[in-house]
Design a protein. Sequence first.
Length: 349
Amino acid sequence: MTIAPSATPPPGWYGDPYDAGTLRWWSGAEWTAYTHPVPSVQPSQPVAKPKPPRKWMGRFGGWILVGSSVFIWLWLFGFSLLIQAIAPHADDDGPAVLSPYLLVTGAATVAAAILYTMAYRLRPADGLTASRLVIIAGVGGLAATLVAAPVNTLINVLSGGTASHPSGLPLVLAGVVEELVKVTAAVLLALRLPVKNARIGLFVGGAVGLGFSVIENLSYLQEAFARGQDDPLGFGLFVGTAIGRELTGPFLHPVFTALLAAAVFGATRNGRFRLTFRVVAAYLGVAAAHGIFNGAAWLAQNAPWPAAARGGAILLFDLVFVVASGLTWLLIARRIRRDSERGRPGPDV
């Protein structure tokens, strides 16, 4: 086993650093999951270079998931328009019914696409399988929302808020509550993982954040649909909420929790989690960013401005915040990647 030199070799089949009896495909930057037995050939004969097998839906699988959801919406809208043209008053004597396809795809499309992309980038040396990452996302997201939602509701009640007129305090403190709950779920679900470092923290924390965002998105969409029942533009409210949550939810909760979990996992020693100054600082920073986002959105919604001005201000702030958080994640992820590559074995050449 050797360390990859600064001038990495070209993609190809090389001796597997993890198993002397196999060859492993080197992508030019990292080891992949593709292996095959060492052929029985003379040393002077060249080793065949078979094409690496296709992995799941390929590197663009996330876009395939997004495209599939778009097709579902067009399919449902197309049939709705067709039925409306054939029988314009067929639904006049019944309540509006929300399609479960719209509810599920509206809440989970982007999150599923990001989770697929994360799983696609897992390496054998990570000690984390795609199936386990999906389980972490589902179980972690459910557990975190089951704890955070009642706590946020209790803070709202104690601060004088109601369901229709919530207080701003639980929104500001949401970062303190939710980030603690999510990172706790990430730590508990990662106790048995063989590898615990900052890179794994990005994956595990991001997965829990994605699961959390899906459940939260479902809640917002249900609320939007219920409030829109007595509004002629009610379905427009639902669609607008779905678009807004797809653009912000998967890019805020996963980023916050991934960055915090990277700090927590990066502080481990001998597989044991530790509470360090950097971990506390990361938690306070992420909680503050979360609270600032929620607080600013609440202030904009309650500002004495025209509706168009409020909507424009919220949209602009959301865009700037999402871009800023995404760039922060990208910078930290690249730093973690550089650090991990320094200690990663390369092919024997």
